[in-house]
Design a protein around this ligand. Structure first.
Ligand SMILES: [Zn+2]
Length: 415
């Protein structure tokens, strides 16, 4: 059972992040998808580290790795700390893994200081967050919180293997698990995650507190006009779908630019028939709108729907907007975030509250217990990429913040 100083624990954390990045389904890259052989090896490796930190380790029915400081017992509340162990294809070393391994280092530091917590800690390594293998995200945290549905078990991967079949092959029951805890048994959930954006780097801060996780709406927009000869059709007689789409894209950007923290993106466009000498008869584009509160996101969608219709009317085009995904915003716990903010201020002088534009396990866990998130600075905001990078000094800073947070929570809980 290791006991460490902050510096020793931070160095060990860095070595473990490196070692875990080599556990992969692809040689020469980091790739771990739900229930893959590399995920089994990752659970074995991280489970071993959990045991070294004195935790009781188990896996639940969907392969989530769970380590507890003490058995569940009446009257003792549990604090959840975790993130995901799966990755995208050709991933970096920190996305997800940081939020699983940093809590272990924090527990080692506390043990080094001789502090025993007046609550239980459960460290969670979720088995699926990225949505890579089955094109559906959060399967791990959904299983943990009892939110997995029958339809999730019938999802199939590109090889035609369903979630239920993949579970059975590995000896899991392939049944729908109940929630791991009653809400009344829990103190809350803290997730440490790289920022995946440039704000902390811009402000020169190692870490910040997440205020809310943005709600997001995704949709497909289609402008329809009339294909025609690029030489023979006079400008005044055209119904150019691509020109209409271009005007719409400019409006998406202009609207969001003046309404921070709203972000709106058209990331893909396809013109048909798609030839250099043919006026586009139709144009399809994606729309992605996010905001940490629901009302401004809805207002943006109403505005963009109206703008699209008016552009189409003026240009004699057809217009449609179909929503393909719509998730509400998740507010982080005021109480836990305030406490976390005190720790951040104590360790780095000032704190920053920032929204998360990306989704995280905390979105799903918030259905079970209040959540808080600590964002850690990463170079150029880069993630989902092998060059994803967190400075060693920032790892140490984040570790110091989580240790401080646990000490503050312990003092408050026992008071
Ligand atoms: Zn992540």
């Amino acid at each position: 059972m290791p006991t460490s100083s902050l510096a020793q624990a931070a160095a060990a954390l860095s070595r473990r992040l490196d070692a875990l990045s080599k556990v992969s389904d692809d040689a020469g890259a980091t790739t771990r998808t739900f229930l893959s052989p590399a995920m089994r090896r990752a659970n074995a490796l991280v489970g071993g580290w959990m045991r070294e930190s004195g935790l009781d380790v188990r896996e639940d029915a969907v392969g989530n790795l769970i380590g507890r400081t003490q058995p569940q017992s009446a009257g003792v509340k549990t604090l959840l700390l975790g993130s995901h162990l799966d990755t995208v294809k050709d991933a970096g070393r920190f996305d997800g893994t940081l939020g699983v391994l940093l809590p272990l280092a924090a527990l080692d530091v506390l043990r080094g200081r001789g502090l025993s917590l007046p609550f239980a800690v459960e460290v969670l390594g979720f088995s699926e967050e990225e949505g890579v293998r089955f094109s559906s995200a959060y399967l791990g945290s959904k299983g943990y919180t009892g939110r997995l549905r029958k339809s999730d078990l019938t999802l199939s991967d590109p090889e035609g293997v369903t979630v239920a079949e993949a579970l059975k092959v590995l000896g899991f029951p392939a049944a729908l698990p109940a929630a791991a805890h009653a809400p009344s048994d829990l103190l809350g959930y803290l997730e440490v995650h790289i920022e995946q954006g440039p704000v902390l780097e811009d402000r020169g801060l190692p870490a910040g507190v997440v205020s809310a996780i943005a709600g997001q709406t995704r949709g497909k927009v289609v402008f329809t006009g009339e294909a025609g000869h690029a030489g023979a059709t006079p400008m005044g007689l055209r119904r150019d779908a691509l020109a209409g789409a271009a005007e719409f894209i400019m409006e998406v950007e202009a609207y969001a630019r003046t309404r921070t923290p709203l972000v709106a993106t058209v990331g893909r466009i396809a013109a048909h028939p798609g030839a250099s000498n043919v006026i586009a008869g139709s144009a399809e584009l994606t729309l992605d709108v996010r905001h940490p509160a629901d009302a401004p996101r809805r207002a943006a969608l109403r505005h963009l729907l109206g703008a699209g219709r008016s552009i189409a009317r003026r240009r004699r085009l057809g217009f449609s907007l179909a929503i393909t995904q719509d998730n509400g915003a998740v507010a982080c716990s005021r109480e836990l975030s305030a406490l976390l903010g005190e720790s951040v201020r104590a360790r780095q002088g000032s704190t920053l509250s920032l929204p998360s534009g990306a989704g995280h396990d905390a979105v799903i866990v918030s259905s079970l217990t209040p959540v808080a998130m600590l964002f850690v600075r990463c170079r150029r905001g880069l993630s989902h990429h092998p060059d994803e990078f967190v400075k060693k000094s920032d790892l140490k800073a984040a570790l110091g913040i989580v240790v401080d947070f646990l000490e503050r929570l312990a003092a408050r809980t026992s008071a």
